[in-house]
Design a protein around this ligand. Structure first.
Ligand code: KIV
Length: 269
């Protein structure tokens, strides 16, 4: 069977949900990995503001800037042919006013070439989402554990364990769907709540740490590749141990350089 090379669109994601096809999503921050993920059939590449923690070494996502996100998203766009590229809007780029949200999200798409934006927050973001959708900007929502609110939420912890919070998360998800999002991330919520949200919506849900019943899954690439040695939350499955592979390769190179066995005649002109 010929490989599916058609660009993944918001319409295709809705169709996938209707057909019961699971959506595969990973974070990407650069062209090289974006190309590898695209070749491996990943449907959606999320240029997450997690780049601020994973690559820039910051404690939280809060200090990520629009320039930083546009830079990473534009490199990812250059690496892909099929996957949809979603750019995460950084803290304070969309919360201050609808006018600023429209300008910053529009500029983010214009400057990076990404296909959609992602914003965090529930019902309180609905008017902003509607205003973005109205000017032709596809928006992905994000509810549950929203990392830009980490200090207000008291840390990176599961949300919606109690009935009141669970109801609020479901209401948030519905408000975002009514406002026009084409999909949403459900981060760190109990699996039964994620199932309830997913079956209540017509738009797809993309889970992270939210169980098996979401319409798709996302992980931070560097976590699932085992590159981020110190970060080992329960929900991350490691599909490789690249930190170890990198260290072994670099030690071998160091040994060769020190002993004079690299470069040999095969690697010289
Ligand atoms: O910033 C990010 O990478 C994200 C995903 C983990 C959903 O928002």
């Amino acid at each position: 069977m010929a490989a599916d090379t058609k660009r993944v669109t918001t319409h295709r994601l809705l169709e996938m949900k209707r057909n019961g096809e699971r959506i595969v999503c990973l974070t990407a921050y650069d062209a090289l990995f974006a190309d590898l993920l695209d070749q491996s059939g990943v449907d959606v590449l999320l240029v997450g503001d997690s780049v601020n923690m994973v690559l820039a070494g910051q404690e939280t996502t809060l200090s990520a800037t629009l320039e930083q996100m546009v830079y990473h998203a534009s490199t990812v766009v250059r690496g892909v042919r099929r996957a949809m590229v979603v750019i995460d809007m950084p803290f304070l780029s969309y919360q201050v006013s609808i006018e600023e949200a429209r300008r910053n999200c529009g500029r983010a798409l214009q400057l990076s070439g990404a296909h959609a934006v992602k914003v965090e927050g529930g019902a309180h973001m609905a008017a902003t989402v509607r205003a973005l959708v109205d000017i032709g900007i596809p928006v992905m929502g994000h509810v549950g554990m929203t990392p830009q609110s980490v200090h207000a939420l008291g840390g990176y912890r599961v949300q919606g364990r109690d009935e009141a919070t669970a109801e609020r998360i479901l209401a948030d998800a519905k408000a975002l769907e009514d406002a026009g999002v084409f999909g949403m991330v459900l981060e760190l919520i109990p699996a039964d709540l994620a199932e309830k949200v997913s079956t209540s919506l017509t738009v797809p849900t993309i889970g992270i740490g939210s169980g098996a019943h979401c319409d798709g899954q996302v992980l931070v690439l560097h976590d699932m590749l085992g590159l981020n040695e110190r970060f080992k939350p329960k929900f991350v499955k490691r599909y490789a141990d690249l930190a170890d592979a990198v260290k072994k390769a670099v030690r071998a190179y160091g040994d060769d350089v020190r002993s004079g066995t690299y470069p040999d005649t095969n690697h010289s002109f």
